[in-house]
Design a protein around this ligand. Structure first.
Ligand code: COA
Ligand code: AMP
Length: 642
């Protein structure tokens, strides 16, 4: 059957409001909207203004009332703890009502913030849904972030309550969450009155008297008391959650997602883009702490009446490179959504893909890759081994849904390796030069999106409308700046090549080199520094710190380098993956003092590079090449263009 993509996209172009009003029929609203879109509201407009609704109602109650009560909604599969559990829609609703009663009893009301700092356990999803039920705004903080990062988020979100767990589990170690939580609360000025702590059998913790409640005990008490908690109606544009993501400074951006528009977009994508039917099983291997986990582990599948897998494990090592195949086979997943880095890890361990043959993957229809550029080699390997279409698609924490995709439900378009597909309805994607002028097809430039953004995309940053305007809307008036560089080819396929800011993508995790520089610069022996993202065959990119030491420092340089690594791990978290630090004599700069980060990155990655005309002292590039060469990076004698 020919793809319906073009006619669907045209239908949106002809009448965007009609298109999304039609999509919105899939959601149960308490009261209808007055305006599908109000361009005067908020930073650039609001969707479904006047409507009231509730995410939890749409994700749980309506399925329980509508015949899916006994269908499995969530499968928790944790090779790290040897646990497998299933929860039906009815069971989750019972748990979420009880948890919502506990949260409400702590004084949390509509609009209040609740931080969720949890590992990959089902209770993380229950906590999100319980907040949604109360109209409280959740902010999930990825468990791999250190105390300082958590403290920054606490101070920005000012939560009444934090929900956490005693520990997280990585293959090589148990991560004690409680000390991290306590340190973060100590550091923060906006201290929450209460914490609810899930005790995990692998390592329980001591609760802080007067502050901490035991998750299971309090939920059990609320359940025995039979407390009911109805879904609180919220306005469609009211925030459902704030998810912090790397900005260009140490202060992360609190990306807000609204309630009504987000539900409409999530529901629409489940079939049209991901080709999943209600009742089918979907396996998204992200973490609930990232946008992909929010939307395709929790909200998307549940809104759709599907079954979602919450996987606490890795693609390799838990126990082997067949881990994903086991999960797909055992639970009958029709789709797998992961990051290309996971496939590179699997391919490295099992290059022949032998383990694929050990499992029955007959139900699997599609593999979805996102989060970073999918290199054609990885895509071809996956296609070859799994014998299903491999669909690269592009999006951001801010968009909340794919901006470009190869829409499976609408009917796939021919695959072009290296392209994450065509723009999805809602997205008028254009490529412009630095002055905002459109560039010809095939020419690399700034990828921008014509305003307004569609339902589901960020309406603003948490209590920072001005920062939102400045970060995304000011540079190219009338457009949203994605901060991605890329091009559109003659057939309209989008290619995303790199970021235009200091964000790097490490194993599918979005990190700011600027915020790493802030930490490195705090080392007492460091005079100045630059952190750049360099190519890595497994993680896509990894950070490299170049440090200039203060004059007169006579300590062992290797020791200082180790201390810098430890500082970044301690302040940002292991997930920053900064393992390489090189002490150099001077940093290359332009005459106006701008550090030439991209030139250094090209040298490290053995790419062709030109000596910038504005460089202050060209000899510095020789020093850098030599220092990198001694560490097996780039190196002296590399071909220079120009
Ligand atoms: N809590 C605490 N620490 C964490 C963590 C968490 N939730 N997640 C990762 N870390 C730690 C890791 O243990 C590691 O620590 P180490 O330096 O002591 O080894 C460090 O952070 C870096 O983690 P990561 O970059 O994930 O590397 P890894 O070597 O542990 O694993 C992969 C590499 C490729 C297997 C892993 O990144 C992966 O599974 N990626 C795919 C994720 C995915 O599917 N994303 C979908 C999003 S679209
Ligand atoms: P995040 O906000 O963590 O989802 O990261 C968003 C960024 O990841 C984007 O701005 C891109 O730079 C990158 N990204 C996500 N998906 C893709 C993709 N399919 N191809 C290329 N880059 C991607």
């Amino acid at each position: 059957m020919p793809s319906q993509y073009h006619e669907t996209y045209s239908a949106w172009q002809r009448d965007p409001e009609r298109f999304f009003a039609e999509a919105a029929k899939e959601i149960d609203w308490f009261t209808p909207w007055d305006k599908v879109f109000d361009p005067e509201a908020g930073v650039y407009g609001h969707w479904f203004v006047g409507a009231t609704c509730n995410m939890c109602y749409n994700a749980l109650d309506r399925h329980v009332d509508g015949g899916r009560a006994d269908q499995t909604a969530l499968i928790y599969d944790s090779p790290l703890t040897g646990t497998k559990e299933t929860y039906t829609y009815r069971q989750i609703l019972d748990e979420v009502v009880a948890l919502a009663a506990v949260i409400r009893a702590q004084g949390v009301e509509k609009g209040d913030r609740v931080i969720i700092y949890m590992p990959m356990v089902p209770q993380a999803a229950f906590a999100m849904l319980a907040c949604a039920r109360l109209g409280a705004i959740h902010s999930v903080v990825f468990g791999g972030f250190a105390a300082k990062e958590l403290a920054t988020r606490i101070d920005d979100a000012r939560p009444k309550l934090i929900i956490s767990a005693s520990c997280g589990i990585e293959p090589t170690r148990i991560i004690d969450y409680k000390p991290l939580l306590d340190q973060a609360i100590d550091m923060a000025t906006a201290k929450p009155a209460r914490c609810i702590i899930l005790q995990r059998a692998q390592k329980p913790c001591a609760l802080t008297e007067g502050r901490d409640l035991d998750y299971r005990d309090s939920v059990e008490d609320a359940r025995s008391a039979g407390t009911t908690v109805e879904c609180v109606p919220v306005e469609a544009p009211d925030p459902l959650y704030v998810l912090y993501t790397s900005g260009t400074t140490g202060k992360p951006k609190g990306v807000v997602h609204d309630t009504g528009g987000l539900m409409v977009m999530m529901k629409w994508t489940m079939w049209n883009e991901f080709g999943v039917n209600p009742g089918e099983v979907f396996f998204c291997s992200s973490d609930v702490g990232w946008i992909v986990g929010h939307h395709y582990i929790v909200y998307g599948p549940l809104l759709h009446g599907a079954t979602s897998i919450l996987y606490e494990g890795k693609p390799v090592g838990t126990p082997d490179a067949g881990a994903y195949w086991r999960v797909i086979a055992e639970h009958g997943a029709v789709g797998l959504f992961t990051a290309p880095t996971a496939f590179r890890a699997i391919k490295k361990e099992d290059p022949e893909g032998r383990l694929v043959g050990d499992y029955d993957l007959s139900k699997l229809r599609t593999l979805f890759l996102a989060g970073e550029r999918a290199d054609p080699e990885t895509i071809k390997w996956a296609e070859n081994k799994l014998r299903v279409p491999v669909v690269d698609h592009w999006w951001q924490t801010e968009s909340g849904a794919p901006i470009s995709h190869n829409p499976v439900g609408l009917g796939m378009l021919p695959v072009k390796y290296g392209s994450p597909g065509m723009p999805m309805p809602g997205y008028d994607v254009q490529v412009v030069d630095d002055s905002g002028h459109p560039v010809p097809r095939g020419t690399l430039g700034n990828v921008v999106i014509k305003l307004p953004l569609p339902p589901g995309a960020l309406p603003t940053l948490w209590q920072a409308d001005e920062r939102c305007r400045e970060a995304y809307l000011a540079e190219f008036p009338g457009f949203y700046k994605t901060a991605d560089a890329g091009f559109i080819d003659e057939d309209g396929y989008i290619f995303i090549m790199s970021r235009t800011d200091d964000i790097i993508n490490v194993a599918g995790h979005r990190l700011s080199t600027g915020s790493m520089e802030e930490v490195v610069a705090e080392h007492p022996n460091v005079a100045e520094c630059a952190v750049i993202g360099i190519a890595d065959s497994l993680k896509g990119q990894v950070p490299l710190a170049l440090v200039v030491l203060n004059a007169g420092v006579e300590r062992d340089t290797a020791e200082i380098e180790r201390e810098v690594v430890a500082m970044v791990r301690d302040r940002i978290g292991a997930v920053a993956a900064l393992k390489q630090v090189i002490a150099i004599k001077r940093l290359p700069k332009t005459r106006s003092g701008k550090i030439l980060r991209s030139t250094m990155q090209k040298v490290a990655d053995r790419e062709e590079w030109t000596m910038p005309a504005t460089i202050d002292d060209p000899v510095i590039m020789d020093e850098i090449s030599e220092a990198m060469g001694q560490r097996g990076l780039g190196g002296s004698g590399m071909a220079k263009a120009g």
